[in-house]
Design a binder for this molecule. Sequence first.
Ligand SMILES: [Zn+2]
Length: 285
Amino acid sequence: MIARLCALLLCLGIGGAQADSSLNEDELRFVTANAEFTLLHEMGHLLIHELQLPVLGREEDAADQLGFIGLFLLYRRQDDPAFAARLLDVADYWRLEWQRPKPAREQVREWDSHALDAQRFYTIACLAYGSDPAQMEWIIQATGLPEERAFYCDQEYAQALHAVNWLKEHFRRKPGEPMGERIEVIYDAPSYALEDGEQLLARIRASGELEAVASKAADTFALPRPLVLRMTNCGAPDAWYDHRAGELTLCYEHLEHLRRLAAQLPHLRNGAEQGRALPAQGGRQ
Ligand SMILES: [Zn+2]
């Protein structure tokens, strides 16, 4: 499973030295870490609806926590510096979303079902720090997480981990229990408007990562109905789970958006003027 996930490095149309030399190692890791987090966040929505999980509070917050803990479950490498860097990448995605200039339709929407981008940034940063305060103390400086929040982050992480462990204990398929339904992975042809569209599709298919995550979910839990995981063109960077249709959608444009945001990491991490030259278009997941 882990080996197949690592293959995502190749699945975004940017992996490999000969595929796209314009992305450095940090940018490549940023794109893959956030593509995986997006997929796991949407799988969180899928499990909430298909298993009828009890949710206290906002479903979007629960999906973020499922996605975040999902990274730990998939990699099992909490003490690995490369894994820790991926957690910062996921937090920094939300910092970049928060600080990029937004068109009027994307301005702060207090009524939205999602937490504000700035709040998602601090919450992910808090969970990353709280996962191992002794080893991850550098996250506080790297993110500017205030000590008033940081003080409780170990408890926030423990609470999220407890919830996911409870979910596994109560909902995972028992030995001998029949398999449930499967998640079919469908790739729509990428739009030619996308950079390297055909190459992108070929690499995503070749990686097998979407199939691996879909199989893992269907093997672990007895899903009550057949579902679909679809890669498609959406017209905008986004991803979502449609529980009426039983379909999880990942947009090619979201991968392109991650690639553009990755180029802003040096500005962000070197303390350059915030918000300068950030892409203006983004989705909400
Ligand atoms: Zn969501």
